[in-house]
Design a protein around this ligand. Sequence first.
Ligand SMILES: C[S@@+](CC[C@H](N)C(=O)[O-])C[C@H]1O[C@@H](n2cnc3c(N)ncnc32)[C@H](O)[C@@H]1O
Length: 361
Amino acid sequence: MSSIVIYCRGGFENDAAAEINHYAAKHGIAGYVKAKPNTAFVTFECFSPNDAETLAKKIDFKKLVFARQWFVGTLQTNMPIEDRVSVIKEAVQDFPLCGELRVETPDTNEGKELSKFCKKFSTPLSKALEKQNKLTREVKPTKPVLHVLFLANNTAYVGYSFSDNNSPFFMGIPRLRMPADAPSRSTLKLDEAFHVFVPKAQQETRVCSGMRAVDLGACPGGWTYQLVRRGMFVAAIDNGPMNDDLMETGQVKHFREDGFKYRPEKRNIDWLVCDMVEKPTRVADLMVDWIVNAFARELIFNLKLPMKKRFDSVYECLTLIHEELQKYNVDYEIQAKHLYHDREEVTVHINVLKVPQNLYS
Ligand SMILES: C[S@@+](CC[C@H](N)C(=O)[O-])C[C@H]1O[C@@H](n2cnc3c(N)ncnc32)[C@H](O)[C@@H]1O
C-alpha cells in the first residue's frame, strides 16, 4: 500500500498538500503529492510500499489542520459496474481485520450525487467483507476502519485508517443539526469545535452546566447560544446588538467593550471563546496573554486565513503560540482544525494544564 488519501474542504487541496509534504519530510519519508483543485481530497504517493502505513502511524492525525480524514489505500479503477464487490475483496486481501466500514465520497457536488449509491452499496459490501473475515459483524471502535472512497461509480480508493489516529466521524464530518432558534449559522462552528476537540467521554466534566465563559466578538450570539445551551454563564463582549432571547435567559451579561482590552475580574473562566475578525497573529497574541495570566482554563478561537499561503499563515500563528507558551513554561495541549463549518478560517483549541504561579500572582 503506497498512498495516503486525505479528505479536505474543496479549494483547500494546496494547503492539505503542503501540510502532508511538511510532515512526510519531517519523518524522512520520500514521496510526492497528487492534488487537483476542488476535488476535496489529495493523496501522498510514497515511493516505498510500506511507507504510507508508517506515516499513518507516525504522524499524529490531531496535528493535521487541513485534513478531515485520512487513510492508507490504493486506487481501484475501471471496476465492472456489475461486480465492484469482487474487485474490493481482492484489494483488501492484506488488510487487517476492520471494525467498521465507511463507504464515502469526497465532499463535492459530484460526491453528493454518488452518496445515495454508496449507502445502498454498503450493505452487500459489508456482508461480503464479513464473510471474507475482513470486517467484524458488530462495529468494533478499537479496530481499524475500512474506507471505500468513491470518486466515480467505477473508481474508488480502498484502504484503512487506525481508529486511535483518525477522525471518528463519517467523511470526517460530525453531523450536527442547526438549532431553529440560534441567532446565527456560525453557532454550528462552536458546536462542531466542542465535538471535535473534547472527547465524548470528557464532555460531561469539561463542557458543563454552571461553568463560566467569556465570548469575545459575541454578536449576534451564535457562539454564546452554544455556551448557554450547555448551561454556562457567559460574559459576551461586543459593541454590536445581542440576541434578545439569549439575554432573557439570565445567563448572559453583555459588555459593550473592546475584546482586545477586556479582562475578567477573577481568574475563574472555564472557557474563553473568540470569533473576532482580526489579523490572526493579533488574535494569537491575545490568547497567549489570557493563558499566561491564567484567566481561562480552556480556549477555542478562530484564526481568519489570508487568501493565499493559508498553511504558512496557520503555522506561523501556531509557532508563535508555541514559542511564547514555552518561554513561560506553560503546560498545555493544542489542536487546530479546519472544521467542516469553517470557511476562510481555522479553529484552535487550547487546554491549559499548568501555568507557573509566579507569572500572575
Ligand atoms: C464573525 S462575528 C461573530 C459571530 C458570533 N460568533 C456568532 O456566532 O454570532 C465577529 C464579531 O466580532 C465583533 N468584533 C470585532 N472586533 C471586535 C473587538 N475589537 N471587540 C469586540 N468585538 C469585536 C464584531 O462586532 C462582530 O460582531
